[in-house]
Design a protein around this ligand. Structure first.
Ligand SMILES: [Zn+2]
Ligand SMILES: [Zn+2]
Length: 583
């Protein structure tokens, strides 16, 4: 209860702050046109049409004016007026007129504070003094009503808290988020790039990023073979006929790119791998003895995303799904679902994620006609998902009516080092495709039966998962994933030969090692290695050459005494094998 009151107070304070900000903007730009200024989860914003683009310097000026308004302790005064009066009052404000015209009420409430009057339902603080601690954060463009065919307005984001301490804590967290931004870190660490001139939303994996991707894929493949999966490869394009059969051209066309013509036939780049796996299934008559089949593919797919929504590796137009399809008999689904749930958590734990948030999406029982598949199929499959979650004591949120039309699913989000949740794994039943492709197997009774089909992706997409990894570890990857695991740093030229010997020796044990034989001073080399987040720096000078040892400096700044190379090798090898995050 207390928590909720707090939340409401914060929301009211933040919304009130948006009015105060609008007042300040109006005093800078008397011709400003106002959009809307709501509170958000973390703060507030207000949208404006202004005679010029705002600069970061403007935020300081606006903040100063806001402080004056807050000091003046102006009351928020509510007034109810007729729609007609409201239209007159806001006649020079086209966006407000737009909003008023959409209101059905005949009486409209307005709020005044100081020299500013706004169309608003409230509530607000009693006076501007109620805004305890605030900060303006950023400027962005935002289409009026989120519609790209309408004018682009300038949005100012800010936040407000009950105390300076709360505000400072929030600002510290924002700084941390910014420092971990994968778009910045992948560039700094030379892992990934994007090229607008070569096509937006398409990731390029540099050698070091590629090294990591291979490690991720190798680990993924090993777990899949160990887990009873087979790995398949399928084409990147498929004839229109395939997408007509699958139904994608009916219900997913907006997500697909225009077709290309091959010998007078339309071919589409694949947005999903499923129909291809079904083609393999249908190459022969299947017996119940073959089931369950578990087929996995690192399948690269292309999906249309609006350019405004593209965001580094988190939202791209081409990505590689770690996809798999489980095709089984109805009486196998309980086992298969439990197995794939365990498998998914095991995989994510391998990357160092320990906290999960699980959502179960089921159908809306009030509209059974909306869904593919029979009543009993839905009941059985939903029950198998629940059973699996409960037998592993996984807390989950049940989302009634959130299932897609073709089946219920489990979504698993991982929680990162900052407590943020990222959607990764999906375990999704499909009652649609087996029907559309007329999939069947011969049962024990010698008759044809329809198999169950489950789609699942565990990491989601390699691109997105990589972005999450970068942010979770702030680029300081566990040793098994680090593109360069150790760098040997000779103190002077005369130590270069020994440094190279050390590096060669480590390489024989598959340790990814570099030698920094540049002419820079040792401290500079250490700093470079630190920036590159290399886990181990092996420093070699006269003492080390003489004693046949290495001095070890860890990425976190810790120094270890000279050790023989054999001791270091044992240490790094056990760290790599255990996939631990410690060093
Ligand atoms: Zn308001
Ligand atoms: Zn699929």
């Amino acid at each position: 209860m207390h928590h909720e009151e707090n939340a409401n107070l914060l929301e009211t304070m933040r919304h009130s702050a948006s009015h105060v900000m609008a007042e300040a903007v109006l005093s800078m730009f008397p011709d400003a046109k106002f959009g809307i200024g709501p509170a958000t989860k973390d703060g507030f914003y207000y949208d404006f049409e202004l005679p010029r683009s705002l600069t970061p310097d403007d935020l300081g000026i606006i903040e100063k004016k806001m402080k004056e308004s807050i000091k003046a302790k102006a009351a928020f005064i509510k007034e109810d007026i007729s729609k007609e009066d409201a239209l007159r009052l806001f006649e020079s404000q086209p966006y407000k007129i737009d909003l008023i015209n959409d209101l059905e009420d005949e009486t409209i409430s307005i709020y005044k504070q100081g020299s500013f009057t706004d169309l608003c339902r409230g509530p607000h603080m009693d006076t501007t003094k109620g805004i305890r601690a605030f900060k303006l954060l950023s400027i962005a463009g935002a289409y009026w009503r989120g519609d790209e065919n309408r004018p682009m307005l300038q949005r100012i984001y800010g936040t407000a808290f009950e105390s300076k301490d709360d505000l400072n804590e929030y600002l510290r967290k924002l700084e941390e988020i910014e420092a971990r931004d994968h778009r910045k870190l992948t560039k700094q660490l030379d892992l990934i790039s994007f090229h607008e001139e070569a096509g937006a939303g398409l990731a390029y994996w540099h050698p070091k990023g590629g090294r990591m991707r291979v490690l991720i894929e190798d680990y993924w493949r090993k777990l899949h073979y160990d887990g009873g999966y087979e790995i398949v490869f399928t084409p990147h394009i498929g004839r229109a006929h395939l997408w007509e059969t699958s139904g994608h051209l009916d219900f997913y066309k907006d997500g697909m790119y225009s077709p290309m013509d091959i010998d007078g036939q339309d071919y589409y780049v694949k947005p999903m791998n499923c129909p291809f796996h079904i083609m393999i299934y249908k190459t022969k008559l299947r017996s119940y003895r073959e089931l369950p089949l578990r087929w996995a593919e690192l399948g690269t797919v292309y999906r249309y995303e609006r350019s405004g929504t593209l965001h580094g590796l988190l939202r791209v137009r081409g990505f590689t799904q770690d996809d798999a399809h489980i095709i089984c008999k109805p009486d196998q689904i309980d086992d298969e679902i439990l197995r794939v749930l365990d498998f998914s958590l095991n995989m994510l734990r391998g990357f160092g994620f320990e906290k999960f948030k699980v959502e179960l999406s089921v159908r809306d029982p009030r509209t059974p006609d909306k869904y593919a598949g029979s009543d009993s199929m839905w009941q059985q499959s939903e029950a198998s998902l629940v059973k699996a979650l409960e037998s592993r004591d996984l807390p989950y949120e049940r989302m009634e009516g959130e299932a897609v039309f073709y089946g219920p699913k489990i979504d698993t989000k991982i929680k990162d080092a900052l407590g943020r949740s990222w959607q990764c794994s999906t375990i999704q039943f499909d009652f649609n495709l087996p029907e559309r492709f007329d999939m069947s197997y011969i049962g024990e009774d010698g008759k044809e039966h329809r198999p169950y089909m489950v789609h699942r992706a565990l990491l989601g997409s390699l691109e997105r998962f990589f972005g999450v990894l970068v942010e979770h570890y702030a680029g300081a990857f566990p040793v098994w994933l680090a593109p360069v695991q150790a760098v040997v740093i000779p103190i002077a030229d005369r130590h270069v030969e020994y440094a190279q010997q050390v590096a060669n020796d480590l390489r024989k044990d598959d340790i990814r090692v570099e030698t920094d034989d540049s002419n820079e001073r040792m401290n500079h080399k250490i700093r470079e290695a630190q920036i590159a987040k290399v886990p181990y720096m092996l420093i070699v000078g006269d003492a080390e050459v003489g004693e046949n040892t290495v001095s070890i400096r860890l990425r976190n700044g810790e120094n270890l005494k000279g050790q023989s190379l054999e001791v270091f090798k044992d240490r790094i090898k056990s760290v790599i094998i255990s996939k631990t995050t410690s060093m």
